[in-house]
Design a binder for this molecule. Structure first.
Ligand SMILES: Cc1cc2nc3c(=O)[nH]c(=O)nc-3n(C[C@H](O)[C@H](O)[C@H](O)COP(=O)(O)OP(=O)(O)OC[C@H]3O[C@@H](n4cnc5c(N)ncnc54)[C@H](O)[C@@H]3O)c2cc1C
Length: 327
């Protein structure tokens, strides 16, 4: 029953009626689905695509969010527009026109050449914990997932906990039921350690990417304070603080998102950063370092790509397969 031997590559070409599973409905899984179904339609190929993900991007809070700074670069916004994908104005919480670099020696503003505010600041999920989300408003991941479903994919709310093989084709063991068998399984599980283990076991030679711990805090300052203090800039910090690599503060509607990267990201580092003269000068009067964020998380950041991110009938994409440059 659990036999992963195939037919030496024969019969592995996708054909009409082939079944594809996309495990993980974050940006990588949704983009794969959108473009795969587009290409299939253009070539007259009928594919059945299932996207499996336990998160509900209509709900606010960290359990239903793929934790991130939420900056989408001008180049990506333009590439998406060229593909006919326009990010809705209700998803973009701020158009960014400049980066301000703060150091212990002073600050410098780097304007975008055309000041068209095409760098988008967004929430990945519906919003921070406790946020009132107007009906129909989606974060970036929910918007993309909606497009993928609109192309014909079936969304399955389940987490994959194992893979077994039936006559050489993978079946996915979910929490609720068993899915497949599939002709192709696309792993798009981000950096979730349990999920990476599932794919290391299934693919054989695949080894997960190297990851570092980061922190994200959402402070609810109110739209006026956010506008007055941060304007339309993403503020980045290179400060001489122990264990700090860099930090950023990003304006988004009522919230300022603090992102921290470092060799040891913990409460001590967050407190010393929030007490630093550079941060104090930026944040509103009366903001105290002990202020409790409305929402916070300690996500993993991909710093080195995986090895062997493919095998017969499997491909690993997005954070679980490759690493990318950050702004
Ligand atoms: C602190 C921080 C700040 C960042 N800031 C930015 C930024 O400003 N701009 C930018 O472009 N990038 C940023 N990134 C990187 C960005 O978050 C990732 O590159 C991006 O989320 C990767 O997308 P993905 O679809 O590969 O994975 P993810 O977004 O992690 O999505 C993975 C999906 O898989 C699902 N999943 C996991 N396991 C299973 C399973 N077993 N079964 C089913 N589903 C599963 C999860 O629920 C999730 O929805 C940041 C990252 C960090 C850590």
């Amino acid at each position: 029953m659990s036999d992963r031997s195939d037919h030496n590559g024969a019969g592995m070409k996708l054909a009409n009626g082939s079944r594809v599973a996309v495990v993980g409905g974050g940006p990588a899984g949704s983009f794969f689905t959108i473009f795969a179904l587009d290409l299939a339609e253009r070539t007259g190929l009928e594919l059945e695509v299932d996207i499996l993900d336990p998160k509900d991007f209509h709900q606010a809070g960290p359990a239903h969010c793929n934790h991130c700074g939420g900056i989408v670069s001008e180049s990506l916004v333009q590439i998406l527009a060229a593909e006919g994908i326009s990010i809705p104005t209700t998803t973009v919480h701020r158009g960014i026109d400049s980066y301000v670099l703060h150091t212990d020696a002073g600050s410098v503003r780097l304007e975008t050449p055309l000041q068209e505010m095409r760098i988008a600041a967004m929430h990945r999920g519906a919003g921070p914990k406790g946020a009132a989300v107007p009906s129909g408003h989606l974060g970036f991941d929910g918007f993309l997932q909606g497009l993928a479903v609109g192309k014909g994919a079936r969304l399955v709310c389940d987490a994959v906990a194992g893979v077994e093989f039936r006559e050489g084709r993978p079946e996915l063991i979910g929490r609720n039921e068993r899915y497949g068998p599939y002709d192709l399984v696309v792993g798009a599980v981000g950096l979730n350690p349990h999920s990476l283990k599932v794919f290391e076991n299934a693919l054989g030679r695949y080894r997960r990417p190297t990851a570092a711990k980061a922190a994200i805090c959402e402070f609810r300052l109110g739209a006026d304070s956010v506008h007055r203090c941060l304007g339309n800039s993403m503020h980045t910090f290179l400060l001489n603080l122990p264990h700090l690599t860099c930090a950023a503060v990003i304006p988004k509607g009522d919230y300022a998102t603090l992102v921290v990267l470092g060799s040891r990201v913990d409460k001590t580092l967050l407190q010393s950063l929030l007490r630093s003269p550079a941060l104090k000068a930026l944040l509103p009067d009366g903001f105290v370092a002990e202020e409790k964020p409305a929402c916070q998380c300690l996500p993993q950041l991909n710093v080195q790509a995986a090895t062997h991110p493919y095998a017969d009938r499997f491909v690993m994409i997005g954070d679980c397969g490759v690493s990318k440059l950050y702004k």
